[in-house]
Design a protein around this ligand. Structure first.
Ligand code: GDP
Ligand code: MN
Length: 397
């Protein structure tokens, strides 16, 4: 589950990470009030208006703008709220901006230069450890840094049993070229950031840029946080931060029905039980000359209600020319699934206009095939994978 920048920053702040202060606003009027409030709290004269969407690269797309007066705050907020923001990380049509973060300007002039760094904490699956990745080349696209200046990206492996050791935090501050007050602040920053990552069961925290201000503070100017969905049951407060407007509507609906669904852009809808079988089914569709319209794992209990819900979700996609149901009857018997398909089909009446191929294998497969063949419905049945593949090929040609 992804968080918005402002939510990520609140979380960081709770763990003692210094952040660029900000207040979220949903209207230009709220933006002006937020700016006034920030000026009272921090003394800042300038503000930054930042679009809150689940995608990075907002600056490049025109979603982050500096405002030098309250009038400008209002104008910028007016431009950004409601806009369809396109960045290198959004779909081509962009994402609608529902709210902006009004933040204090932290790039003020002072005794030394400001500096932008990159820092992320993530899980290294290969080593089974957490990893802090960092670079003195912050502010810009880290993928670009990785390509053009790979020697400017450092990693520090963290043993989950011990956490960040003092020497590791100092090494990071040193490699970033810091000294004096900024060095000490960076050491604190690294510890606090790692604690936030562990404490929230996150799978990634990415802070780009981490800013050294002109008066040598180290703070998070941006935050990109991905929480581990499997850990959310331990964090009711964080689970509530979910913004479903940022997610694919059909995927959200499927999730609510207990279906594991991912939309793809092919023409054959798939309904399968088990993730491994779903992957194999998608391969099979490819080999039959089709291409999968989705990944859908209906899980262990393929009863009529679930099957119907799954059909309805698949049929929302206008690209679907055929549906392949491929269920292995292990925990759930094939005849029960067959009954589910038949009931769902009958319930849905005319809603199903594309051919359906049902392949049931496992306990009571023969009975299941018979039930479907005798149901009088326009459903093609199969027992083996080859048969099913051939039927997919036939209905597509
Ligand atoms: P992203 O483009 O989605 O990664 O959004 P960021 O939060 O990283 O902001 C983009 C850029 O806006 C940063 O790299 C900064 O250069 C700039 N920016 C952010 N905050 C401030 C600020 O307080 N003052 C000024 N002048 N620029 C800022
Ligand atoms: Mn950024």
């Amino acid at each position: 589950m992804n968080l918005h920048e402002y939510q990520g920053k609140e979380l960081l702040s709770k763990y003692g990470v210094k952040i660029q202060r900000g207040i979220v606003a949903r209207t230009p009027q709220q933006a002006v009030e937020a700016a006034k409030e920030l000026t009272r709290e921090t003394g800042t004269q300038w503000h930054v208006v930042k679009a809150q969407i689940h995608a990075g690269g907002r600056g490049k797309g025109g979603g982050v703008k500096l405002a030098k007066s309250l009038d400008e705050v209002e104008q910028r907020a007016n431009q950004i709220i409601g806009m369809q923001l396109v960045t290198p990380q959004t779909p081509p049509e962009g994402k609608k901006v529902h709210q902006v973060l009004i933040a204090e300007d932290v790039y003020y002039p002072g005794e030394s230069e400001t500096q932008e760094f990159y820092m992320s904490v993530l899980l290294n699956r290969a080593t089974g450890r957490n990893m802090i990745m960092y670079s003195p080349e912050g502010g810009m696209d880290i993928e670009e840094v990785a390509e053009t200046m790979p020697d400017k990206i450092f990693t520090e492996e963290i043993d989950p049993a011990f956490g960040v050791q003092g020497f590791q935090a100092r090494k990071i501050a040193f490699n970033l070229g810091l000294s004096g007050q900024a060095f000490k602040e960076m050491v604190k920053f690294v510890h606090a950031l790692y604690n936030a990552y562990i404490g929230s069961d996150a799978s990634m925290f990415e802070i780009n840029p981490v800013l050294k201000t002109s008066d040598n503070q180290i703070m998070a100017v941006d935050s990109k946080v991905t929480l581990d969905g499997n850990g959310l049951f331990r964090h009711k407060d964080l689970a509530e931060l979910r913004d479903v407007r940022e997610e694919d509507a059909t995927e959200v609906e499927a999730g609510a029905a207990g279906l594991n669904f991912v939309k793809l852009d092919g023409n054959v809808g798939c309904m399968v039980n088990g993730a491994g079988l779903a992957m194999a089914t998608m391969d099979m569709i490819k080999q039959s000359g089709g291409s999968p319209a989705n990944f859908l794992d209906v899980g262990g209990t393929a009863d009529a209600e679930r099957v119907e819900k799954a059909f309805r979700i698949i049929l929302k996609d206008e690209n679907v020319d055929a549906i392949l149901v491929n269920i292995f009857g292990g925990i759930v018997r094939c005849d029960r699934v067959a009954q589910g398909v038949i009931d769902a089909y009958k319930n849905m009446g005319d809603a199903i206009k594309v051919p359906i191929i049902v392949r049931l294998q496992g306990t009571n497969a023969e009975e299941a095939k018979k039930m479907i063949d005798e149901s009088g419905l326009k459903v093609h049945s199969a027992i083996t994978l080859e048969e099913a593949a051939k039927k997919v090929e036939e209905v597509l040609s």
